[in-house]
Design a binder for this molecule. Structure first.
Ligand code: AMP
Length: 665
């Protein structure tokens, strides 16, 4: 293939992949299989690797995973990002409506849209390419979260539409579906980590994560509702939404062009009910004057445009009685208080319990036994107790007290930060069950067939009392459990045996050390090579590793200071689990001391993978694209021009192979 042919092929693949993404994520109508999609992506990645000069930061190969950013650059918005005036009362909306009619003196129309309760984001496109995504910030200056925005599949990286000016801004709301929000919270709970209060908080937190890979996993969406730019070929908000749609964006699921107030109130009434079945949180309806020509004349207040207003749905509050407070134990031993309530219908579902988070939350509410409490849906999803009805409190009712012993195994609880923990690792069954589920999980020991249901049976029937017992299970044991056939029992035993081959970093994650998840385990495994090195490391050495810090270091030291954990590790070693990295990936030395490298071009003494391995073996970290975090761009022959350009822009050291060889000599 000539260079020209390669370039063409790369462009064609990018187009097909972008198109497939659009059909899959925006239209929800994929027309190629996942397998075909993956093949295309693989082929593109291969070509980009072989011909780095054709690499492009906007290529779909860079959208999944990506470069970690350490801080967010603050950038001034070209057009300020304002809020909306809002009201819970239709009378106010009517006043605003009449005002608009009076000030425009014309037969105007209105664009009436769902109001999404998420986080606003402004995306700048130059020549149809996404170049920058900013959060609202203070409205004048926002944070540059482009790296993370690129992980959001419903933000097109390249616009599909025609006849737009060179520079446009597509603004909208970053969202997470209610379903995805609940999934993430369930998984947080299983990991014994804090849950998020609303989908909006989760979306906001996710946009500010430093690791774009997690952003990808969280599956955010983007709903566009403003199109900005000079000399736009459209005159109304309604047409702007249509245009955004044709560019490849999701726009509000429901929007209408209204020509009288009745049409507006009909839409509000319809969505006041429908919103509960809607996959995203909506907290109201936005009414915008449709015709742009009046916008300048109507102008802006300090906070909001005068040509738009939001009607907010009332937050539903219900009063109910506190029956009891139960204390649940999670995988890390964290004890969470849960209010048991007299069942009450809140919006569309019956609520019988609500989390009380921790001791401080109970104290702040000043919750007493048998109190009557107001329940509200935070962010439209999770029911929360917001206050106590003091008029209904019985004179002698006692304040709710946090327990000081584990409700399951009676071990004294230990307070760490705002939370209490049960430190018992052997007798505490809920803790044990979720620990085992984590151990067997896909990102840990990957024991297929050992899900929570089977774990419940195994623990309840006393077949498994700790991690080690998993490796002593026999087919005969399993056949004694409900639902196991000869075949499924045999398969589970096979996958238990197979798990012994899981690499060290997975085993380290499987141990369930607090704060040591998948990524941290990887960093620790890369740095220390073996569990013995990690056990013997000093807290300060662990804390000084890039991406670790003192909280994780303390947690690691505390885990290994428990002789029971050391004993278990010794026994697991005897079972044949991997507590060392394989020779070929082990570190030779730490000459590159956690420095971040990006490689580009062809090398004389190494293959492309070879030089990456070499960097890692000397304690360096290899990443795919150049960012402010990069320490060195290591170039061979014909390096990628965009990497070179970025490295120069950020003032990153550009070194050649000879310099590299000297560094590791
Ligand atoms: P609030 O967050 O309650 O102050 O409401 C104002 C915010 O609603 C705006 O800043 C936008 O981020 C958001 N919003 C959600 N949906 C829309 C929409 N369809 N049009 C305009 N703004 C919207």
């Amino acid at each position: 293939m000539t260079k020209e042919q390669v370039k063409k092929e790369i462009e064609q693949l990018r187009k097909e992949i972008n198109d497939a993404n659009y059909k899959y994520y925006v239209l929800a109508k994929p027309d190629i299989s996942d397998f075909e999609f993956d093949k295309k992506l693989e082929k593109l990645a291969k070509l980009e690797k072989e011909f780095p000069e054709f690499d492009d930061p906007n290529s779909p190969t860079h959208h999944v995973g990506g470069q970690a950013v350490s801080t967010f650059k603050e950038v001034k918005h070209k057009y300020p990002m304002l809020s909306l005036d809002k009201s819970y009362h239709l009378e106010d909306i009517k006043k605003w409506y009449d005002n608009i009619l009076n000030s425009t003196n014309d037969s105007v129309s209105f664009c009436v849209e769902l109001k999404y309760d998420g986080v606003s984001l402004s995306n700048q496109y130059l020549n149809k390419k996404l170049v920058q995504s900013l959060t609202r910030g203070n409205g004048i200056i926002g944070d540059d979260v482009t790296q993370n925005a690129k992980q959001i599949r419903t933000i097109p990286k390249e616009l599909k539409c025609q006849d737009l000016p060179n520079e446009i801004f597509a603004r909208g709301e970053v969202m997470i579906t209610k379903e995805q929000f609940q999934k993430i919270n369930t998984s947080q709970q299983q990991k014994g980590e804090n849950t998020y209060i609303s989908a909006r908080n989760l979306a906001a937190g996710t946009l500010k994560l430093l690791n774009p890979k997690i952003v990808t996993e969280r599956k955010l969406d983007f709903i566009a509702y403003y199109l900005l730019g000079e000399n736009l070929p459209i005159n109304t908000q309604y047409d702007a939404l249509k245009k955004l749609e044709s560019c490849g964006f999701f726009v509000p699921h429901a929007y209408i062009k209204a020509t009288n107030f009745k049409e507006i109130t009909n839409f509000i009434e319809e969505w006041e009910v429908k919103r509960f079945e809607f996959p995203y949180d909506t907290d109201g309806i936005v009414i915008k004057l449709n015709e742009f020509k009046y916008y300048n004349k109507l102008g802006y207040t300090a906070k909001a445009p005068r040509w738009a207003i939001a009607f907010k749905f009332p937050a539903t509050q219900k009063l109910t009685k506190l029956i009891d407070v139960k204390f649940q134990v999670g995988r890390t031993g964290k004890v969470t208080p849960v209010a048991i309530l007299e069942p009450v219908k809140l919006d569309d579902s019956i609520i019988q319990h609500a989390t009380l988070h921790n001791e401080d939350f109970i104290k702040k509410l000043d919750l007493h036994q048998n109190d009557y409490v107001f329940l509200e849906r935070a962010g439209g999803v999770i029911p929360q107790i917001v206050k106590v009805d003091l008029t209904k409190r019985k004179p002698n009712s006692k304040p709710i007290k946090f327990i000081d012993h584990c409700p399951v195994c009676n071990t004294p609880l230990i307070k760490i930060g705002a939370d209490y923990y049960c430190q018992d690792t052997t007798n505490c069954s809920p803790k044990l069950k979720s620990q085992l589920a984590h151990f067997a999980g896909r990102n840990a020991m990957d024991i297929k067939g050992l899900g929570l249901e089977t774990i419940n049976l195994l623990v309840d029937k006393d077949f498994v009392n700790n991690i080690l017992d998993i490796y002593n299970l026999t087919k005969e044991d399993l056949l004694k459990l409900e639902g196991f056939s000869d075949k499924s029992a045999q398969n589970l035993i096979k996958s238990i045996q197979k798990s012994k081959k899981q690499p060290f970093e997975k085993v380290l994650n499987a141990l369930g050390i607090r704060y040591v998840g998948e990524n941290t385990a990887k960093i620790l495994a890369n740095h220390f090579n073996s569990i013995d090195n990690l056990i013997n490391a000093k807290a300060e050495d662990i804390a000084s590793i890039k991406g670790i810090g003192s909280t994780i270091a303390k947690s690691v030291k505390s885990y290994f200071s428990d002789p029971k954990n050391i004993q278990m590790i010794e026994r697991l070693k005897e079972e044949g689990l991997q507590f060392k990295r394989k020779k070929e990936t082990q570190n030779l030395d730490n000459k590159l001391n956690g420095k971040h490298f990006v490689v580009s071009g062809k090398f004389k003494n190494f293959s492309r993978q070879g030089i990456k391995n070499s960097i890692q073996q000397h304690g360096g970290i290899v990443t795919e694209s150049v960012s402010k975090n990069t320490d060195y761009l290591l170039i061979g022959e014909k390096p990628g021009p965009s990497k070179m350009e970025k490295a120069k822009k950020y003032g990153i050291h550009i070194i050649d192979e000879n310099t590299y060889l000297k560094m590791i000599a």
